[in-house]
Design a protein around this ligand. Sequence first.
Ligand code: ADP
Ligand code: MG
Length: 629
Amino acid sequence: MTNDTHAPDASTSYSFQAEVAKVLDIVINSLYTDKEIFLRELISNAVDALEKRRYLDLVNGRDPEKDLPLQITIAADSDTGTLTVTDTGIGMTRDELIENLGTIAHSGATEFLKKASQPVSDTFNLIGQFGVGFYSAFMVASQVIVTTRSATSTEHGYQWTSDGISHYTITPADGLPMGTSIQLTLKKDAEDYAKDWRLRDVIHKYSGFVPFPILINNEKVNTIQALWVKSPGDVTDDEYQEFFKYIAPSTQNPIDWLHFSTDAPLSIKALLFIPNENPEKLGFGRTDANINLHCKKVLIQRNAKDLLPLWLRFVSGVVDSEDIPLNISRETMQDSALIRKINRVLSKRIIKQLKTMAEKQPDRYRQFWSQFGMFIKEGVITEFSDRDALAELVRFETSMTDPGTLVSFQEYMERMPESQKSIYYIAGAGREAIEAGPYVEVFRKRGIEVIYNYDPVDDFVMHHLAEFKEKKLVSADSESIDLPTAGPESAAESDSKSNSVPSGDIQSLADWIRAKLQEKIADVRSSDRLVSSPIILVNPDGALTGAMQKLMEAANKEFSPVTRRNLQFNPNHPIIRNLNELRRDHDDQAAMILDQLFDHAALDAGMAVETRLLVRRVTSIIEALLEKL
Ligand code: ADP
Ligand code: MG
């Protein structure tokens, strides 16, 4: 990338890495309405640099205030149309300048490029999210000069200059203070940003909670507040909401927050937020942990992922603990007993908060569930220790709810008859598909509620939960479902019974079906669970449900479920009665019809069916029928 041999003391010109050039092209040429966010990004970088220096000073036993106070200074000059953001942070070495401002290491850049090229993207969040914040300076500046000296090395300083087109230049510079100064030559349409009121406005909007003083033309404009160390009674809702917008960052209010402290055995102060939108649902890939770990207000680690279990990665906030050793590293974090303890405390609190929300504010909880329900499900599947508590947070539609109305296991339990031994569920593409299928027939007949699972992972959730308050969770497509005995038979039912397969024939019919479908099924039996369907395929007890098998197949091509299912036939169904007659003199035709019935049941069970054979069979059945007319 160097078009010059390495000469650290001379002015050297470099080309931007290809990805950076593309990001710059988008940033400069797109008509973003929210150009002002460049200031948020520069301030956020200054904050990062100041946090790093504060930490370094602390570890080395230096007092930063005696030396060079930690602060951000903004100098605007409307005459020359320049704006300079200066921090007394960690600064950058020459190598870091090249690495940080000329290349993009994170995979985030590729994702940014993909998202940003789509017509409706929310740049406000995009730019910060993908670690390309610095380049937003070029939205408003025709030239950017970064002057910096690193606190970590004895090198002299450097000046980095670019117009954001294709190249940048690095020149050594002497006599610089520690930190970084970023000078923007504002474009014509961005000259407003050199005005005092405009700057204050933007800073107030995005950076009100910056934990270091910000001075505009030497006047301090922010009040520094570490909200989380205050007592909850002293913080207003507005302050919480503004703080969330600052740390998320987001333009919207959070769905909820929790602010608490603990003393023994662990001293923690925590302020956690449940955002209002789930980026993973919008297809943004996996969210990163957004919990910042502090010790007595000093930032120890940003995005400390071990503070919460993975399934809680949608929560953002701050955790402050005096018990954290200052020099804790990412590696020691992972296997620190202390961090594990904090993790437990936080998860318990969050779960409890959600439970309270579900009880006291069902509308808000519904909103939460629609955005973050997928994480609760993930928690059920991955987090053994919280499973029972999480089960209470799961919501679903059932055969007895209106479409779109969700209920809990608790509500289901409360209205089930005393004699009902299990909780039943069935997977399907949607309500109509499920209700048209054979599996819910017997439940409808007996008035038993069935949970409808529309999401492919739902069956796994049920499978992992296994039971709720000592009631087993059973898929309605399983072999044995032990339903409460039916009420008195309806006239139609007893009528159809008088027309059923003679009881003396049942065993031989079952044997005949078994012989014909040998390879395709495991077992055959007559069953009274069907009403309007002639046959049904059920899963042997203990087998994965049909939906789970399908998901495993989709995830892993090698996975061959081939659990053969059991077939149950309805002896009261006219088709079965007639089939029983037909097989005596026309074995071939009866076998063909059985094959066809099997395929219908397989389709109902969501299995793959050989459609060419199916169509050929229907053709011959139609032919035979027309001959008879
Ligand atoms: P991100 O902040 O997400 O890493 P940016 O594009 O905003 O992405 O910044 C890129 C990198 O440049 C930062 O990670 C940091 O290493 C470096 N950097 C930017 N501004 C400063 C600054 N004021 N002081 C020190 N380093 C900085
Ligand atoms: Mg940044």
